[in-house]
Write a protein that binds this ligand. Structure first.
Ligand SMILES: C[S@@+](CC[C@H](N)C(=O)[O-])C[C@H]1O[C@@H](n2cnc3c(N)ncnc32)[C@H](O)[C@@H]1O
Length: 284
């Protein structure tokens, strides 16, 4: 486990992932019933773009630092969340997914965050020690999906909620196998949950087997949202990223389509990048 998200915080992939995460949270809280969120690969929750790691790669310069308002409401929502994080933690802070979940969800909602790396898990626990809604567990996120789904805390069973799976892909293609297997199992346990799996894009054509297998998962719908900031002509670089969203909330595609189109222009490295939003399986 060599991956540390501090080197990549606020890059173009974080922008896409965190913008989609906020849209999913906002759809959940639009209804009054309490919901549950599981962040299987949580990281340490909060980053500084002034940290040595972030300065070494400078990746945020092609992502969060570069992005300005475009008039799109989802982008405005994302920028407002980053601004709220900075108001609390300083002008160079960048929010991780646990921080965004805690920001976007309500007092009635509950959040479980798993992180396997002991140092990152300790920092995550520290970051949320005063938030009774957030349970931090130092454990494997895939095993946690088996243990925690369907979500139930005390007498409360949660009918609605979200699972974010954001692995580091150190295992490369094997990570897709593991994640797809975990999703299949989780859908059997908690069929009505919304699931979002983040994935890196190097050469998009190599993802065809993943799309085929994702389409076959027993979900009501499967949507992919992707952003390439440069042509996918290099197998060595992360040229873009995507999210597979299973059981997407109603009209999520209509919310995200203009946002990814605007991101393509805002974050394309040399001229506009490419954006794709496609139903692998449309909602019935
Ligand atoms: C991409 S980062 C997470 C970033 C975070 N989701 C965010 O958006 O702010 C992946 C994290 O997963 C952790 N990790 C790696 N394998 C894991 C596993 N099997 N279970 C839980 N966490 C794991 C890594 O230590 C790393 O902190």
């Amino acid at each position: 486990m060599n991956y540390r998200h501090a080197f990549h915080a606020g890059n173009h992939a974080d922008v896409l992932k965190h913008l989609v995460l906020l849209a999913l949270c906002d759809a959940l809280v639009a209804k009054p019933a309490a919901c549950f969120a599981l962040d299987t690969h949580a990281g340490k929750g909060l980053y500084s773009l002034d940290a040595e790691a972030a300065k070494l790669t400078g990746e945020a310069a092609g992502g969060a630092t570069r992005l300005a308002g475009t008039g799109d409401p989802s982008i405005a929502r994302y920028l407002a969340a980053v601004a709220a994080c900075r108001a609390e933690h300083g002008p160079r802070a960048y929010p991780g997914s646990p921080w965004l979940l805690a920001h976007a969800l309500r007092d009635v909602d509950r959040i479980a965050c798993c992180e396997l790396h002991p140092n990152e898990a300790a920092l995550l626990k520290e970051a949320f020690r005063h938030d009774p809604r957030v349970a931090v567990q130092e454990r494997d996120g895939y095993t946690a999906m088996k243990a925690l789904l369907p979500p139930r805390i005390g007498d409360t069973r949660f009918a609605r909620g979200l699972v974010l799976i954001d692995p580091p892909y150190e295992a490369q293609l094997e990570e897709f196998d593991t994640a797809l297997g975990a999703l299949r199992d989780a859908l059997a346990r908690w069929p009505q949950g919304t699931y979002a799996l983040w994935y890196p894009i190097k050469l998009r054509r190599t993802l065809q087997p993943f799309y085929r297998r994702a389409k076959d998962l027993p979900a009501k719908s499967a949507l992919v949202v992707e952003l390439l900031v440069r042509p996918d002509d290099s197998p060595l670089r992360m040229n873009g990223s995507g999210l597979l969203i299973l059981n997407a909330p109603w009209k999520l595609d209509e919310v995200l389509q203009p946002a990814v189109r605007a991101l393509r222009h805002a974050l394309g490295e040399k001229g506009p990048g490419e954006a794709r939003l496609e139903w692998l399986r449309s909602p019935a």
